[in-house]
Every structure is written in structure tokens, then in C-alpha cells.
Design a protein. Structure first.
Length: 290
């Protein structure tokens, strides 16, 4: 995950243009057109906690096979990390034990992509938020900016990556659905266009008022997300953040970023470039001496 001097100066140039023109780096081209994204609807009332989604995700993405002894237990929070992109947790709720799937939320206007100077973290036209290793300079701003604390860094790897769910982006391009949705035996996970998923969720709530809590988590939270939740209980009982703002988090920074001097935004990239250039020069000098 390195960036050479030529790419470094490209970053500086693009960042300068971004500040001058008022266009954000993180959004995919055409994001302003509000195209319809794919997403997933997770209905916790249908989840049996089998963890089939975890095993399917690991197999589809070349991740380690989940530990068979690592089961969802109420009171113990299991988190997605550099070796697993999704997890199932158990919760003791006002309506008994329930389960919840956690993964990247694939925000409509993702803070991780907005914070990425090199567009390594990227919102695709299909709706998946993906990480592109060939563009990453290792700043990890995506980790700091995510309101859901999703991106994880491989600290102990010789070639570290940012690990997170990408909604099986490559499978979607092939006309397939995400592995977790395809392999859910209870159909607790549905894949489709976000607008259609919202319609399904609203119908379930309307037709079964005694079964569902009257709210679709992700419809408006943080500006809207690609992963939508249905539940029988208030979402705070399932460990989800319920104090998030309704507008997207990148919207908070737009005016500030275009008002401050460019040096404050360019400084981290400048320091990185100087460090890389110095390292390369020292390496060349050592070769000359040899």
C-alpha cells in the first residue's frame, strides 16, 4: 500500500482542483444524479442466528473459515474485523433473544469515501462501497470518519489492506447476489434495488403491526444506507446507534473544507509525499555507495 512520487503529485493536483472547484473526491462520478442503488434488507425477526452468512461470506471472499466455537452469545459483542466482514450477534431484548447481522452499511453518501484523498474508498454506481488497494496511501482516514466503525486495517500483515464488506461487488457485476443473501436459509436477507427493499419493509410493517417495530433503520440514518434493518424491538436493544443524524456526515464538512486554506487539507498528503521521496532518495544513495 504505497504511493510513488508521480502518484503523490497527482494526489496534490487533484486535491487542489477539488478545493478550487468545490467537488468532492469521494463520490463516484454522477453521484449527483441520485441513481438507484442496490442494497440489502435484513429482517431480524426471521434470523435464526445460524451464522450461515458468515461462512458464505468467508468462502466467497477468501477469508479464514469462522471458528465453529465462536457462537453468538447475548452480552458478548462480536465485531467484524480484518478476518471477517460480517458477524451475527445475539441480544436479550424485551421480546426475548434476537439476532442482528453487522457489516458495512454502504451509506448513500459514505463518510469513508468523502474522507479518502485518493478515492481508494469508493461508492460505485451500483451502490457498493468498495476499497481499491492500488489507490490507497494508508492514511486510514476512512476508519476515523466512519460513523459505524466499519473499516478495519490489517495491522499485522506485511502487505496491509483495509478490510470491509463490499456487498460482493464482483458477484453483483456478474449478475449474482451477495453470498450472504444467497445462502440465508430463512431469507432474513433480501438483495435488490433500495427503493424496492424499502417498499417491502413498509409493507411488512403495515401488514404485521404486532410483529415489527415501526421504523426502518437505515432509511434516513446518516443520510440513508444500503443496508436496511427491520426489527421487532427498538433498534437500541439490538446494539445499533440510534442517535445518528439524518443528513449524511460528509454534508457537515462541505462548507468548511471549501472555506479553509488549502494547506490544511494538503498538509497530510504533503508530509506523506516528502516521507516517501526521502525514503526513495536514501535507498538510491545506499545503492550508489554499494
Amino acid at each position: 500500500m504505497s504511493i510513488d512520487r508521480r502518484d503523490f503529485f497527482k494526489v496534490l493536483g487533484v486535491t487542489g482542483v477539488t478545493l478550487a472547484t468545490g467537488k468532492r473526491l469521494g463520490a463516484a462520478p454522477g453521484m449527483e444524479s441520485r441513481q438507484e442503488f442496490y442494497g440489502m434488507l435484513y429482517d431480524s425477526t426471521r434470523c435464526a442466528g445460524c451464522q450461515g452468512c458468515e461462512f458464505a461470506c468467508a468462502e466467497a471472499n477468501g477469508l479464514p473459515t469462522p471458528d465453529l466455537q465462536d457462537l453468538p452469545v447475548a452480552g458478548i459483542e462480536r465485531k467484524a474485523n480484518e478476518t471477517r466482514r460480517t458477524v451475527i450477534n445475539a441480544y436479550s431484548t424485551s421480546k426475548g433473544e434476537m439476532y442482528l447481522k453487522r457489516q458495512c452499511m454502504h451509506c448513500n453518501d459514505p463518510a469513508c469515501a468523502a474522507a479518502c484523498l485518493t478515492r481508494a474508498m469508493y461508492k460505485t454506481h451500483d451502490g457498493s462501497v468498495i476499497w481499491r488497494g492500488d489507490k490507497c496511501m494508508g492514511c486510514r482516514y476512512c476508519m476515523v470518519s466512519c460513523p459505524f466503525d466499519v473499516p478495519k486495517f490489517e495491522y499485522f500483515s506485511a502487505n496491509p489492506k483495509i478490510e470491509k464488506c463490499d456487498m460482493c461487488y464482483e458477484r453483483i457485476k456478474e449478475g449474482k447476489m451477495p453470498a450472504c443473501a444467497e445462502n440465508c436459509p430463512t431469507e432474513a436477507i433480501i438483495f435488490g434495488k433500495r427503493r424496492e427493499l424499502l417498499a417491502i419493509a413498509r409493507k411488512r410493517i403495515h401488514d404485521n403491526p404486532g410483529t415489527y417495530y415501526d421504523h426502518i433503520y437505515g432509511e434516513h440514518e446518516a443520510g440513508g444506507t444500503g443496508l436496511l434493518y427491520l426489527s421487532a424491538v427498538p433498534f437500541e436493544e439490538l446494539g445499533l446507534k440510534t442517535t445518528l443524524q439524518k443528513s449524511s456526515y460528509p454534508a457537515l464538512t462541505k462548507g468548511f473544507l471549501y472555506a479553509v486554506p488549502s494547506i490544511f487539507v494538503l498538509w497530510p498528503a504533503l508530509l506523506l509525499g516528502l516521507q516517501q521521496a526521502t525514503k526513495d532518495n536514501n535507498h538510491n544513495e545506499e545503492e550508489d555507495h554499494e
